[in-house]
Design a protein around this ligand. Structure first.
Ligand SMILES: [Zn+2]
Length: 260
């Protein structure tokens, strides 16, 4: 952990302790939890940052994409329905997603907070999330902003392990054509022994449809959280370490502000 992260974490912990002072009459009825939502187009790096941020904050990651992919792999009736919708690049409907997330938020490990990746994706889902989080502390939305052209370049080169779900991108900057990069990626093997494959929803046609869906359904969320001053926008085109340290700084400022 670098110094910025360590500093941000210690501020977060101090803020949490301040909120839990026993002489504070609200301490028994005002739970302190670190609830973070990551917003950004597919391929903005939400999965990577969600995992790092969750480790940093010591809270679980709730990735709806992972939960849905597990349902698809299980081959259940719900999983088959989910598969059809995902392969079209469309969204699972609000009621079903809210139900899946509500069940997860009912588990004990989420009481001290969480990093949500993939939910909410619509304003309706955000309103449902507010109801689920009543009396569970502040919610901060972090937007990872990445332009469409960069998303298409990233996702059409992305390979994902079919065993552990880890992302791998072909080495950049060697001047290889897309075909060349894809060819070499085909022979890549994950450290876990699984095969690195292109996801069925990472083809350019599906990526463009997912970006249109994002603009229509999810971008209004950015305004929704901005209006309540709960949004922090981060330039997601930067190196992952830099993105992470900027998220940590942004959360640090939120905690400081909330504590003053
Ligand atoms: Zn693997």
């Amino acid at each position: 952990m670098n110094r910025t992260l360590a500093a941000a974490r210690s501020v977060a912990i101090r803020a949490a302790h301040r909120d839990l002072r026993p002489d504070d009459p609200r301490s028994s009825v005002t739970p302190t939890s670190t609830n973070v939502v990551l917003i950004g187009p597919p391929g903005a790096g939400k999965g990577t940052q969600a995992a790092r941020l969750a480790r940093f904050l010591d809270v679980p990651t709730i990735s709806t994409g992972d939960m849905l992919r597990r349902a698809v792999q299980s081959g259940s009736a719900v999983g088959r329905a989910v598969k059809v919708v995902m392969e079209r690049g469309a969204l699972i409907d609000d009621a079903m997603m809210t139900e899946i997330v509500a069940a997860r938020l009912g588990e004990a490990d989420t009481q001290s907070g969480f990093v949500l990746d993939g939910f909410p994706r619509t304003v309706e889902q955000a309103i449902a999330l507010d109801r689920l989080l009543e009396r569970r502390g502040h919610l901060i939305a972090v937007e990872l902003a990445v332009p469409d052209s960069a998303i298409i370049r990233r996702l059409s080169q992305r390979r994902v392990c079919d065993r552990c779900g880890r992302n791998a991108e072909p080495a950049a900057g060697n001047g290889a054509s897309h075909e060349g990069a894809a060819g070499s990626a085909h022979s890549m093997v994950c450290p876990c022994g699984g095969a690195l494959q292109q996801r069925s929803d990472d083809t350019e046609t599906v990526i463009r449809e997912r970006l249109r869906t994002y603009d229509r359904a999810t971008r209004p969320l950015v305004d929704f959280y901005r209006q309540r001053r709960a949004l922090r926008a981060i330039d997601g085109t930067q190196a992952p370490d830099l993105v992470m340290s900027q998220i940590a700084r942004a959360l640090d400022a939120v905690f400081d502000h909330a504590a003053s």
